[in-house]
Design a protein around this ligand. Structure first.
Ligand SMILES: C[S@@+](CC[C@H](N)C(=O)[O-])C[C@H]1O[C@@H](n2cnc3c(N)ncnc32)[C@H](O)[C@@H]1O
Length: 280
């Protein structure tokens, strides 16, 4: 009989105060390109127009925190960051302006039996972040992409299979009619101003030297391709965050639209950027 090779013990470095990863796990997560990964528990969130996928956020939470640390999502929508935090044994705080989405997050956590240590706060992040008790260890979030859901007929997509997001666009589904909603700023510069004000609150709540990830893609403003990710990097640097690089999150299974065909090049955005920052 063949002798079993003794398994190599995973190596943890005692100097690592950032996360609970072994050297190999750490290295794999430093790749600048990630392929977005679906799982069965993403299905519930497709009632929201723009949810994260749980596995993408779990990777970030594993990299940027240790067990029992606290994660904040100030635009938490369907609560994906809280689900990911709970599954990784982290505490979570999620804020959303919409009562509908707050109820959605709470139901999601309840159905998955993940309510413990997860808090959903309903209200305007601009006001609510400062009211969170204590400091946070990591922020992962995705703001509304200016007002594109109002103008692009984006949001929920028609499909025969309710579990799949692919298919023709179904019409407009935006977050709310609330003036404080970042998605309701008529001017792009006002959207950036409001995002900057919210992220400045995050900066104050975040422990020193800790990280913040913003997930966003470039999009069109008044039909013009706009480097929104670049603008977000600039406002975060103005606040005082150091920019630590971006991960390209590939979403290769989205539908393709012939936006400019047959006259001009108009791109289909099949990736998001995960912009990583650190409090100096
Ligand atoms: C891109 S979605 C986030 C989706 C979320 N990542 C998920 O997995 O479902 C942005 C969210 O920001 C919320 N929002 C917009 N303005 C806000 C504000 N001022 N304070 C708190 N939430 C806000 C919207 O209601 C929307 O749910």
């Amino acid at each position: 009989m063949l002798k079993k090779k003794p398994q190599k013990k995973a190596k943890y470095d005692k100097r690592n105060t950032l996360n609970d990863l072994t050297g190999r796990e750490w290295l794999l997560l430093t790749k600048s390109v990630w392929i977005s990964e679906k799982c069965a528990n993403d299905k519930f969130a497709f009632q929201h127009p723009a949810p994260f996928l749980i596995n993408d956020i779990k990777k970030l939470v594993r990299f940027f925190t240790k067990e029992n640390m606290t994660v904040l999502d100030p635009f938490c929508g369907s609560g994906t960051a809280l689900v990911a935090s709970a599954q990784e044994n982290r505490k979570g705080v999620g804020i959303d302006l919409s009562k509908k989405y707050c109820l959605m997050s709470r139901k999601r956590l309840q159905d998955l039996k993940l309510k413990k240590n997860q808090q959903v706060i309903c209200g305007d992040s601009l006001k609510k972040i400062s009211q969170i008790e204590g400091k946070i260890d990591y922020c992962v979030t995705s703001p509304p992409y200016h007002n594109i859901l109002r103008h692009n007929g984006g949001g929920l997509r028609e499909t025969k299979d309710k579990d799949v997001r692919n298919g023709a666009r179904l019409g407009v589904e935006y977050y709310s009619n609330d003036k404080r909603d970042l998605g309701n700023q008529a001017q792009y510069k006002d959207f950036l101003k409001l995002l900057k004000a919210v992220m400045a609150e995050v900066y104050k709540k975040l422990r020193d030297k800790k990280y913040c990830s913003i997930i966003i893609s470039d999009f069109t403003v008044n039909k013009k391709e706009t480097n929104a990710s670049g603008d977000v990097i600039r406002i975060m640097q103005d606040i005082g965050f150091g920019f630590e690089g971006m991960i390209v999150l590939v979403q290769d299974n989205k539908p393709l639209y012939p936006f400019g065909y047959p006259y001009a090049y108009k791109m289909n955005h099949h990736h998001q950027y995960i912009l990583n920052f650190r409090k100096q």
